[in-house]
Write a protein that binds this ligand. Structure first.
Ligand code: IZC
Ligand code: ZN
Length: 424
């Protein structure tokens, strides 16, 4: 495999030094920028990162002539990581959005059999091939926005077979698409229509049948629950996450999105890797998460799209929590693949700094999906996942909002986006 040498970057942003533990508090402002730096990629991994003269000495020692990428006027960052998506689904929900614009709420729509349950109908009806093709389009778009690794949840099947189908499609995407896909089982996303009169029976199905099958087939690394008033109670969520742990799936939780519900506290209690949303998380819950080392995955695009007040990121960072950011890509509350737009919203609506936001969408996001040893920073030995943004500095990236500044994306050492265009 050939080597790539990236030189002349305005800023070579490594986000280094946090592969063992996520960046917290003040560390979230440290980007590890190398002035006048050089980056060498070889055999799909980062072979050298450091001062330009040393990079060139390293290249001289190689037997191959590297392909040179001139990053003049641009910034170079790690490939972005999205730690929370529902990207594998069929159809879309723009009709529901129109209803919400007229005043209906997300929960009302779900309670009337729409929302997640509408997408479930469409996803059940789709073949694996259809599901693959629809989801692949979204992964292409993620790549165009600089995302090289993402997490994908099931939860639109809600039967044993349809949950497995969704997870098999996620695995296919991981194998056949450049973007790395990390799978989460989320059979507890909603109580399906056929179990509405007996939600406990559905919880039993998740625990006794779905979880063992998913674990047995090695189809997911994480287990997630929509712990929310009217969906799954704290007690049900705890049972599901504990059963997941026993089956070898690490816990994650949709916590305190719509109403304060004790989700953050539960995340700390079960030792979740991350608690996500947290719009209505209590002070107590934030404190307990800090003590337990739970990562807060914040989704300001969802708050924006639901016209809710965003999570209290400042309070969380000041409390010493590690914060990560995600699109929450899903057809109901966050239909976008633009992680850079989410990063802008994190600055404007949660008062995170441009530096914190970049940490949150790279190394901290990698920690939230157990991939920090492979991705999330530009460090020797890690995957050669790199983005060149057409921005003179990192703050410009969030400041020039709503446009795509991605110029080049390299995944596993291969150029997959060039001049803002997909080339795979
Ligand atoms: O399809 O509405 N919040 N799950 C929890 C979602 C949003 C996805 C959806
Ligand atoms: Zn979600």
């Amino acid at each position: 495999m050939e080597a790539i040498y990236i030189k002349n970057a305005n800023q070579l942003i490594t986000v280094s030094g946090a592969s063992q533990a996520p960046k917290k508090g003040r560390q979230m402002s440290e980007l590890g920028i190398i002035e006048n730096g050089g980056l060498v990629l070889r055999d799909g991994v980062i072979a050298f990162v450091g001062p330009r003269e040393e990079a060139e000495r390293y290249i001289d020692s190689l037997s191959v002539e590297p392909f040179v990428l001139d990053a003049t006027g641009k910034i170079v960052t790690p490939g972005l990581v999205d730690p929370h998506t529902h990207v594998v689904f069929a159809g879309s929900r723009e009709q529901e959005w129109e209803k919400r614009l007229q005043g209906a709420s997300y929960m009302e729509i779900l309670q009337q059999g729409g929302g997640i349950l509408f997408t479930t109908k469409q996803t059940r009806a789709a073949s694996e091939e259809q599901l693959f093709e629809e989801s692949k389009k979204r992964l292409d778009r993620f790549l165009l926005y600089g995302v090289t690794t993402l997490e994908a949840k099931s939860g639109y099947g809600l039967t044993v077979e349809d949950e497995l189908k969704q997870l098999r499609v996620a695995r296919q995407l991981d194998q056949r698409h450049p973007v790395d896909v990390v799978s989460t089982f989320m059979g507890a996303h909603a109580v399906p229509i056929e179990y509405q009169s007996d939600p406990e029976a559905y919880v039993s199905l998740v625990i006794d049948v779905m979880l063992p099958k998913v674990a047995q087939e090695g189809l997911a690394e994480f287990c997630d629950v929509f712990c929310e008033k009217g969906v799954f109670t704290v007690e049900q969520s705890e049972r599901i996450l504990e059963a997941g742990k026993k089956a070898g799936l690490k816990p994650k939780i949709h916590a305190d999105e719509i109403v304060p519900f004790g989700g953050a506290e539960l995340a700390a209690w079960v030792g979740a890797v991350s608690a996500d949303h947290l719009l209505k998380a209590s002070d107590q819950g934030i404190q307990e998460m800090t003590k337990a080392g739970v990562i807060a995955v914040l989704l300001p695009g969802t708050a924006f799209f639901l016209k809710e007040e965003a999570a209290k990121a400042r309070k969380m960072i000041e409390a010493g929590l590690a914060v990560a950011l995600s699109t929450d890509r899903n057809p109901g509350s966050s239909p976008t693949e633009s992680l850079p737009l989410i990063m802008n919203l994190a600055c404007v609506n949660m008062r995170m700094s441009p530096a914190e936001v970049l940490v949150a969408a790279t190394i901290n996001a990698a920690h939230a999906i157990g991939r920090a040893e492979q991705v999330g920073s530009l460090e020797k030995g890690k995957k050669a996942d790199v983005v060149l943004f057409d921005a003179p500095n990192y703050a410009y990236l969030q400041y020039n909002f709503g446009v795509n500044l991605v110029d080049t994306v390299i995944k596993n050492g291969q150029v997959v986006v060039k001049g803002g265009t997909l080339c795979v």
